[in-house]
Design a protein around this ligand. Structure first.
Ligand code: ADP
Ligand code: MG
Length: 255
């Protein structure tokens, strides 16, 4: 069995007596693209809150580290420290610097302790410049590098934000409902982008759109969350035909 990169074991989180996450156990392996689905309120975003240190579990373990790198107990670290270890998160709504250009948004996201002004006036090394150029192509915004980010279409803002996350070169990317509000074509492109990141990065993608889930989960595993626990895990087809899943999720017309 390979060593998991991220181990979440028997984790619970209660809000005002309500168990948002309940005895959740989950492993993510290096280079994998894992899709997480589940009805509204299943605990998907809370799961990300716990991994990223935005919320602390009431009990359980969350460890991050590969077979070769030292393991870290994430429950004892701050949001900032967890991010610095290489876990990046993309929230559902894009948050780009609207008044800055696409290129500047990427520059501002480079790792480093610089403030906004220092970042913008700092001379990039040619390696940094090449890397950002490649990133621009990857997120398909090279033709719009001088555009103010605020003028981009919704889907393009989402891609820019994925680019901003990638500028930090995270080991793990947590992506929450990236296809929400996108056109079918944008959704498909987003799927291609995320698929192209697997291998070099490890990803957990939370999503509702089943066409999109089918696209990105063609090789990987799908985890179904229900009432804060794992209801089932497997290939897309196995999960889709699982009667328990159909009952709590697919059967409700959430396709
Ligand atoms: P999902 O992302 O799967 O739709 P969430 O993780 O957002 O679900 O929410 C799971 C449950 O936890 C919901 O009932 C929600 O109201 C509750 N919850 C999440 N975060 C908080 C919070 N910060 N305070 C109180 N309740 C919360
Ligand atoms: Mg959510």
């Amino acid at each position: 069995m390979p060593h998991p990169l991220l181990s979440v074991e028997d984790v619970s989180k209660t809000y005002d007596g309500f168990k948002a996450i309940s005895n959740l156990t989950f492993y993510l392996y290096e280079g994998e693209l894992r899709t997480v689905i589940g009805p509204n309120g299943a605990g998907k975003s809370t799961f990300f809150d716990l991994i990223t240190g935005r919320a602390q579990p009431d009990k359980g373990k969350i460890d991050f580290g590969s077979a070769t790198a030292r393991s870290h107990d994430l429950t004892s670290l701050s949001e900032y420290e967890i991010n610095r270890l290489g876990i990046g998160r993309k929230f559902q709504t894009p948050s780009v610097y609207s008044e800055h250009s696409v290129w500047e948004n990427l520059v501002l996201s480079l790792r480093g302790p610089r403030g906004i002004f220092a970042s913008l006036f700092h001379r990039l090394s040619s390696t940094e410049r090449d890397r950002l150029d490649d990133l621009l192509k990857l997120i398909r915004l090279d033709a719009k590098r001088e555009w103010k980010a605020g003028l981009l279409a919704h889907g393009e803002k989402q891609w820019l934000e994925i680019g901003m996350l990638l500028a930090q070169d995270p080991k793990v990317l947590l992506v929450d409902e990236p296809a929400a509000g996108m056109t079918d074509e944008e959704t498909h492109r987003t799927g291609e982008l995320l698929l192209s990141l697997a291998g070099r990065h490890s990803l957990i993608v939370v999503e509702h759109d089943m066409t999109f889930v089918r696209q990105i989960a063609r090789e990987g595993q799908v985890t179904v969350l229900h009432q804060g626990s794992v209801l089932c895990e497997g290939k897309f087809d196995e999960v889709q035909s699982n009667p328990k899943v159909r009952e709590v999720y697919l059967g409700r017309g959430k396709q």
